[in-house]
Design a protein around this ligand. Structure first.
Ligand SMILES: C[S@@+](CC[C@H](N)C(=O)[O-])C[C@H]1O[C@@H](n2cnc3c(N)ncnc32)[C@H](O)[C@@H]1O
Length: 266
């Protein structure tokens, strides 16, 4: 029996909660947290809450016609090959396919937040359903993995024609960034493409940025775009294309600059 009140969340209760979620299936945990809002609130202590994920996803959908989103998603038109991996895939995993030039045969996603994977697997959101069905009708083999890209995933070695990351790779320290790009290099097939689209020059209010840090959603790091480019080149890639977009209304948008790299495994 879980004893929860809005004002009383202690370690014992957290342990009860952790034992509970480890004993039920991901689908049961997803439905349970959706129906029991206090557990959703509690889950921020270890997970990004489903409410946050759903709101992020809906906000993203409503910004699809903005020039910033249009600039960012155009990089997905460079995705190529049968085997594609999205790192830090977030809740947009399925919909990203509408921006690819062709439907891949295998489409994999990895994200550190368990609730992102649960959202993708069990949400009844109409847009999620639409693109999931689209992929199923095209017989795409999909795999969603809950894991950190800061850890090497040996099963991914030499598997992918394209790996892309949107709003992910700019958040790590220099040594983490170097490790991640080294790992990604080993996941690419020879000549494979790496696409990195990211946001920098943060203008988010400090409470919003803190929330994102707590949820392992995003954090600000001091690596410049040039330094990221150097790390990409130093970890076995050759940059084919590099562009920067300057946001005209950074205070309202929350970010001042968006940038993209396309690099090929050398
Ligand atoms: C700003 S969101 C971007 C999500 C998605 N790529 C998009 O285009 O909207 C950053 C994503 O990276 C994920 N993430 C953060 N740290 C990670 C890590 N170490 N390993 C894997 N995913 C991570 C977060 O859970 C989140 O889904």
């Amino acid at each position: 029996m879980i004893r929860v009140t809005k004002l009383h969340i202690d370690h014992e209760i957290m342990e009860d909660y952790n034992v509970l979620v480890s004993r039920v299936s991901a689908e049961e945990a997803y439905l349970f947290t959706k129906q029991t809002p206090i557990l959703n609130v509690m889950s921020f202590l270890q997970e990004t809450p489903l409410d946050f994920i759903e709101k992020y996803y809906n906000d993203d959908l409503s910004e699809r016609d903005s020039s910033e989103t249009k600039w960012a998603v155009k990089w997905l038109s460079f995705v190529r090959g049968d085997n594609v991996l999205s790192v830090g895939c977030g809740p947009n995993f399925y919909d990203d396919v509408q921006f690819f030039p062709a439907v891949p045969k295998r489409f994999y996603g990895i994200d550190v937040n368990k609730n992102n994977i649960a959202f993708l697997k069990y949400s009844k959101h109409s847009e999620i359903q639409k693109w999931k069905m689209f992929l199923k009708h095209h017989f795409v083999r999909m795999e969603l993995r809950c894991g950190s890209i800061l850890k090497e995933q040996p099963e991914y070695a030499n598997q992918f024609d394209t790996i892309y990351a949107m709003g992910v790779l700019g958040m790590f320290s220099r040594s983490e960034t170097t490790s991640v790009f080294k790992y990604l290099n080993t996941y690419l097939k020879s000549g494979g493409l790496l696409i990195d689209i990211d946001w920098t020059d943060c203008h988010l209010p400090s409470d919003k940025l803190r929330e994102r840090k707590n949820y392992r959603w995003y954090s600000q790091n001091d690596l410049s775009i040039n330094e990221i480019g150097n790390i990409i080149e130093d970890t076995g890639h050759h940059i084919l294309k590099e562009e920067i977009y300057t946001v005209t209304n950074p205070e309202t948008y929350g970010w001042g600059t968006i940038y993209g790299f396309i690099a090929q495994k050398s």
